[in-house]
Design a protein around this ligand. Structure first.
Ligand code: 13P
Ligand code: SF4
Length: 363
């Protein structure tokens, strides 16, 4: 326990996986001061993130980082953070960081009692679908996603009536209801392989139209698409990319996420999931990189590759940005908000997610 933080012990009655548990939960008092002990406890992390978090801001973040890291050990909790989380979360408190596929894979095999999902709601729901016996917490349940909001389970049932016998491939950026109506899920790390794994010449691909168009350009399988869009990636334009290339000149590499519109992807040097974009930077070590995706990605990756210059055009995901250190701390203190999935829906959704996990990563 960090001696500088004053704790009091609360006996909380919690139920995890049907088991009643008495967890002694030390809870930091409201004062989260930047004491010498907190400074020492967070010194290594501070050193790592110095290039992206100004020294002036560190005294605000460090007490939360120290308290969260202590509390998650006591709770036997793990924090899974998506690549779009801010650097103080990504580098400060996460036990695992990755793309949507990586988070699902890690969530399926962790033996922690509690999973805190620093990401958006569909990611936490996917973790709960794969581990119904675990407690899955989301620090802000309003952290949604424009893709997940674009389609319902009833929509999928109507599509099935309209295209009888055509299998449904569903992006993980969807609700449990939608997954439950689907044959198999995919992420941007394996969408082409998933579509081809079905061995058919036509699939219904939901709900991201642009990801679907990109997949269609990589396969002979015919895709029936839905008009869902990511509100972050749909705002980039091909013209913008041409301007970056002209301004940055030789040696610049432009990486784009497949949720971007086709004219954007046509201008990019590489298209891939957030994890694939990070791997690409590590593999090719370009002099200069432009990441056409959410804003925090470049900050997080720049920490790992100080020799690469990051040009930082980006669009913010307002949903990802709902997750903050104070909300993560509160979540671990109160064990709220717990993500629940109706067991029958969860069991059907789980089949679709597990079929995807059997195919694995293909980027
Ligand atoms: P990936 O991290 O799976 O590439 O997904 C991007 C995204 O938009 C998640 O919300
Ligand atoms: Fe959804 Fe786009 Fe935000 Fe990802 S970046 S959570 S796809 S709105």
């Amino acid at each position: 326990m960090i001696p500088a933080l004053s704790y009091r012990l609360d006996m909380l009655n919690l139920s995890i996986g049907g088991k009643k548990m008495n967890l002694e939960s030390p809870r930091p008092y409201a004062s989260l001061d930047y004491t010498p002990d907190v400074e020492r406890a967070t010194a290594q992390i501070h050193e790592k993130v110095r290039s992206v978090i100004p020294d002036l801001e560190w005294p605000v973040f460090a007490p939360y980082i120290a308290a969260i890291n202590e509390l998650k050990r006591q709770r036997n909790a793990v924090i899974l953070a998506h690549n779009y989380q801010t650097p103080e979360i990504f580098h400060g408190v996460a036990d695992y960081v990755g793309d949507s596929l990586g988070l699902a894979q890690f969530g399926a095999k962790t033996d922690a009692d509690v999973i805190v999902l620093a990401g958006v709601h569909f990611m936490a729901e996917t973790a709960k679908i794969l581990s119904p016996e675990k407690m899955v917490l989301i620090p802000d349940p309003k952290a949604g996603c424009s893709l997940a909001a674009s389609i319902t389970g009833a929509d999928v049932r109507l599509l099935r009536e309209r295209y009888p016998g055509v299998p449904v491939v569903t992006y993980v950026n969807t609700s449990a209801d939608v997954k439950a109506e689907s044959d198999i899920c995919c992420t941007s790390a394996n969408a082409v392989a998933i579509v081809e794994s079905l061995g058919v010449d036509k699939v219904i691909f939901l709900p991201d139209e642009f990801l679907g168009k990109w997949v269609a350009s990589q396969t002979d399988v015919q895709l029936i698409l839905w008009k869902g869009h990511c509100e972050v990636h749909e705002r980039f334009t091909g013209e913008e990319l041409r301007a970056y290339r002209a301004a940055q000149g030789e040696g610049v590499e432009i990486l784009a996420h497949p949720e971007c519109p086709p004219d954007v992807l046509a201008e990019a040097d590489f298209v891939g999931s957030t994890a694939a974009m990070i791997k690409r930077v590590g593999d090719t070590r370009p002099r200069r990189v432009v990441m056409i995706t959410e804003c925090s990605m470049s900050d997080n990756v720049a920490v790992e590759f100080p020799d690469v210059e990051f040009v930082r055009p980006c669009n913010l995901c307002p949903h990802m940005k709902r997750i903050t250190l104070p909300k993560i701390l509160k979540s671990l203190e109160t064990m709220e908000t717990q993500v629940e999935v109706d067991p029958e829906t969860g069991a059907r959704a789980r089949l679709a997610v597990e079929r995807m996990l059997a195919v694995g990563r293909r980027d």
